[in-house]
Design a protein around this ligand. Structure first.
Ligand code: C2E
Ligand code: MG
Ligand code: MG
Length: 855
């Protein structure tokens, strides 16, 4: 066995499959020749010899009427050649008999089975060998007359030898061509072949017996044998037909059984391979656009794989398609087909094939190729071709439907996506303006006199988050806002994103204004809690504008613009609130609009002036510094105070220019106030807007200004309101540190109006707390304000920062503050803000002024 394996491996290494088969064929022929020359010349009895042509006919017929036996699920086919062989043992000379067998079989294999040259050469050699060997054995055993019953046994043994040689030869040639030993089924096959040989030799011996008695009586045998054969053939045909029907039925079942088209096609191909005993099967499905790309399903072939892939069709495939398109399925054998198709088959490693076109009603949609008949030295027959042809029709229908379904579902998905894109905001998935307007329009047209409500929502500090934390954080915030909005609404309400940080909610059935206000409050409260973005928690409030509409009164556009105006007003009124639309809001907006235009001009024309309010060291009551406060010197309305234009300037971004102007002017003026003999100039305090702090180059600008004005950094104090500091990430600690590193001092303005926590405060590098005016106002009248102010003073002391009390206007306030130990103060009691020349004329000693007021 080991030697066999080594030999096999050696052969495999040396030759290709075809070469190995040719080599084996040569060996078989050589053995046949050896046996042939050893055969005796004469027949058993010349008197009983039958003519050679009769044996040619009989052997030919035996190969045509191959008997198929189905045994344990396998199909085996046997030739009936032992019948003429045994008859010939008694009634013919050995050598002419072998010659007649070879010629008869050759005629049948060429004309009937259309075998290839290689298969033919091997099969004929195999017949010559098995025939010669059988005859040799028969004569060696001393077989003489069929009238002697022992001779029947001899003939039977010889026939058995012939059949076994045939089996061994075929198993060997298949093993050689496939490069592996096929011995597992040898015993089953040998038993079947033995049974076949016994039957055949009995019939042969009987015929010989009759021939010896009276050759004419052989005619009596013709009819029953012919009838038997015909009946058998009818049975075989019927049997194959039933198998074929079963196959088609099973294929159809497989095709429709699985929802996965790919898998069912592969299953059908595997099934087809089994049915026609083929090695490989493939389907090529052309693309509907005729772009030369095809989907290919393949089973079998190298490694027995199952694959689905996309292939580009070559010219040879197209020729193959052309062959298939000619008519029904066609069998093709590589060697015999013309050069145009051969490459397509050879590339697939196909020797013999059935090719069928897959035709839809209007065109050819693909190809079905079944390749390489397995097992025997035969190829596909007409019945296989018919079967595959039927299969191809079923497949064409299934595939076309499958493809249709696939494209339909793709189309539906695409349509759905396009619709979604057209009506929804991609980031948040909320309705977009188009869908919102559509819903409002629809509701306004449909409903009777029930009002609808629209809420416009704007985030108060979205831009800051975007600028400081980046766009990814901004997107995340918008998504979270969308989520919270959804959580505040009923299913019948429509939340929408209109762009940027603008959201809207359409309440189709609010019941009334009260309900709309409740929803607005719910939204505001939901937005007021912190958002967690990229590890930091961020506070962004929202402002809401509400507009109500009665069907028939207003169109969607108008309603949207009303809500927009209400929102604008809400933002102007201090944010984090909602406003309900009133017609007068239009005028207010127009007024603001013209104001904004004027402000723009004012920046260009430098219509701003800076006034200074002294900051007084309490106790000593001497001027310690000044707070710079901007005023707008309008051409028509006189001097305007910051409250009337700073919010507008912040909103329009003009505040940056105004802020730079104030900083420059304050530093320039402060430089001039250096009192003679003092250590340095009087400190000046400048208010900052959040917008200025966002500027990444702000610290740089401050440094440049200080240098230009020749003011030491220690003489400048920057004020940031507590709300700005707490509200957002504008004034992040790093930024403040950067400013502080310049030597500039930092103050928290309007302290007490925000909600800073102790721990938060400690984080910021501040030098000064400014107690907000409302607390100072209450000093002397409100015990709560007094204790609160005192608490701030203590807090300042414990944090090691200075405290300035703002808005001191009553002597009692001053006295209380001094008694609390507050270090600094400013207010009308000392002086309102005055212009620079007036400020420089002020007496540094402020003790007189309050005393005067006190008196
Ligand atoms: P602030 O920084 O808290 O300034 C103090 C405000 O209180 C000033 O109002 C000042 O005139 C006023 N004030 C001081 N003492 C008294 C008093 O005894 N009684 C009363 N009734 N008021 C007093 P002003 O100048 O109208 O400024 C208002 C706010 O505008 C400032 O509050 C500040 O936040 C902002 N602001 C002023 N100038 C600028 C600036 O150049 N840039 C920026 N971003 N904001 C500025
Ligand atoms: Mg201030
Ligand atoms: Mg203040």
């Amino acid at each position: 066995m080991d030697g066999d394996r080594v030999g096999m491996r050696y052969m495999r290494a040396m030759l290709g499959a075809r070469g190995r088969v040719w080599l084996l064929t040569a060996v078989v022929w050589a053995m046949a020749a050896g046996a042939f020359v050893s055969l005796p010349h004469s027949a058993v009895s010349d008197a009983h010899a039958l003519p050679a042509w009769l044996f040619v006919l009989l052997f030919g017929a035996a190969e045509v009427c191959v008997v198929h036996v189905h045994f344990r699920g396998d199909a085996h086919s046997f030739s009936l050649s032992e019948i003429p062989l045994v008859l010939g043992m008694f009634c013919a000379a050995p050598r002419p008999l072998v010659a007649a067998q070879v010629v008869g079989a050759a005629l049948a294999l060429v004309l009937h089975r259309r075998q290839s040259v290689q298969k033919l050469a091997f099969n004929l050699g195999q017949f010559a060998l098995s025939g010669s060997a059988a005859l040799l054995l028969f004569h060696q055993l001393g077989g003489r007359t069929p009238l002697d019953s022992r001779a029947w046994l001899m003939a039977g043994s010889a026939a058995l030898l012939s059949a076994l040689i045939g089996v061994v030869a075929i198993v060997t040639v298949i093993s050689v061509s496939q490069g592996r030993l096929l011995v597992d089924r040898l015993s089953t096959v040998a038993v079947l072949v033995g049974a076949g040989a016994a039957t055949n030799s009995s019939v042969g011996a009987l015929a010989a017996w009759i021939a010896w008695r009276d050759p004419v009586a052989l005619l009596l045998l013709l009819l029953p044998t012919g009838t038997l054969l015909a009946a058998y053939r009818a049975f075989v045909v019927q049997r194959r037909r039933i198998d074929g029907l079963r196959f088609i039925h099973e294929s159809t079942r497989i095709l429709h059984a699985s929802p996965e088209l790919d898998q069912s096609v592969l299953d059908v191909l595997a099934h087809a391979c089994e049915m026609v005993r083929a090695e490989t099967a493939e389907i090529i499905l052309f693309s509907p656009t005729d772009d030369g790309v095809a989907v290919r399903w393949r089973v079998g072939g190298e490694g027995g794989v199952e694959t689905t892939d996309a292939v580009t069709l070559g010219a040879a495939d197209l020729y193959l398609a052309a062959v298939a398109v000619r008519g029904d399925a066609a069998t093709l054998t590589t060697a015999r087909e013309d050069a145009t198709i051969r490459p397509a088959l050879e590339r697939r490693g196909i020797r013999d094939a059935i090719v069928a076109g897959l035709r839809s009603e209007s065109r050819m949609i693909g190809l079905l190729v079944i390749g390489n008949r397995l097992g025997e030295m035969s190829t596909f027959d007409r019945q296989d071709v018919r079967l595959i042809d039927t299969l191809s029709r079923h497949l064409a229908v299934a595939l076309e439907n499958g493809q249709l379904e696939r494209s339909l579902s793709q189309l539906r998905t695409l349509q759905q996506r396009l619709t979604d894109q057209a009506f929804h905001d991609a980031l948040t998935g909320l309705a977009n303006r188009t869908l919102l307007t559509d819903r409002i329009d629809h509701a306004l047209r449909r409903r009777g006199d029930e009002p609808v409500a629209i809420l416009f929502i704007d985030l108060d500090d979205f831009k800051t988050v975007n600028d400081s934390l980046g766009h990814a954080a901004g997107d995340e915030l918008l998504k979270s806002v969308a989520e919270r909005l959804r959580g505040c609404l009923r299913p019948s309400d429509t939340p929408a994103r209109l762009g940027g940080d603008e959201f809207a909610v359409f309440l189709e059935d609010p019941g009334g204004l009260g309900e709309a206000m409740t929803v607005a409050e719910r939204i505001l409260s939901s937005l007021s809690s912190a958002f967690h973005l990229q590890g930091s928690s961020v506070h962004v409030g929202g402002s809401i504008g509400i507009a109500m509409g009665i069907p028939g009164e207003k169109a969607a556009d108008e309603l949207l613009s009303d809500a927009d105006l209400a929102l604008y007003t809400a933002k102007m009124n201090g944010k984090a609130t909602f406003e309900i639309f009133q017609p007068r809001m239009r005028e207010a907006v127009q007024h603001r609009h013209s104001l904004k235009m004027q402000l723009k001009r004012a920046v260009a024309n430098e219509e701003f002036v800076v006034q200074y309010q002294p900051i007084v060291r309490l106790g000593q009551r001497r001027i310690a510094g000044a707070e710079a406060l901007v005023r707008w010197q309008t051409p028509n309305e006189g001097l305007l105070f910051p409250d009337s234009f700073v919010p507008l300037a912040e909103e329009s971004g003009l505040i940056s220019d105004i802020g730079s102007f104030v900083l420059e002017r304050a530093c320039r003026d402060a430089h001039r106030w250096a009192p003679d003999g003092a250590d340095g100039p009087l400190g000046v305090s400048v208010n900052l807007s959040p917008r200025q702090l966002v500027d990444p180059r702000f610290a740089e600008r401050v440094t440049e200004t200080l240098r230009r004005c020749d003011l030491p950094p220690s003489a400048l104090m920057l004020e940031i309101t507590e709300t700005t500091l707490m509200r957002d990430s504008v004034a992040d600690v790093d930024k403040l540190q950067e400013l502080r590193a310049l030597g500039v001092r930092l103050a928290i303005d309007d302290f007490g109006t925000g909600y800073s926590s102790m721990s938060y405060l400690r984080q910021f590098p501040i030098d000064v707390l400014k107690v907000a005016k409302p607390f100072v106002d209450g000093l002397g009248t409100s015990a709560a304000d007094a204790s609160f102010t005192e608490a701030i003073v203590r807090l300042g002391q414990s944090l090691g920062v200075e405290v300035i009390a703002e808005g001191i206007s009553e002597p009692v306030q001053l006295e209380l503050l001094e008694s609390m130990g507050c270090q600094f103060g400013q207010g009308f009691l000392f002086s309102p803000a005055i212009d620079a020349p007036a400020f420089s004329r002020l007496e540094p000693d402020m003790a007189a002024a309050p005393t005067k007021v006190l008196a």
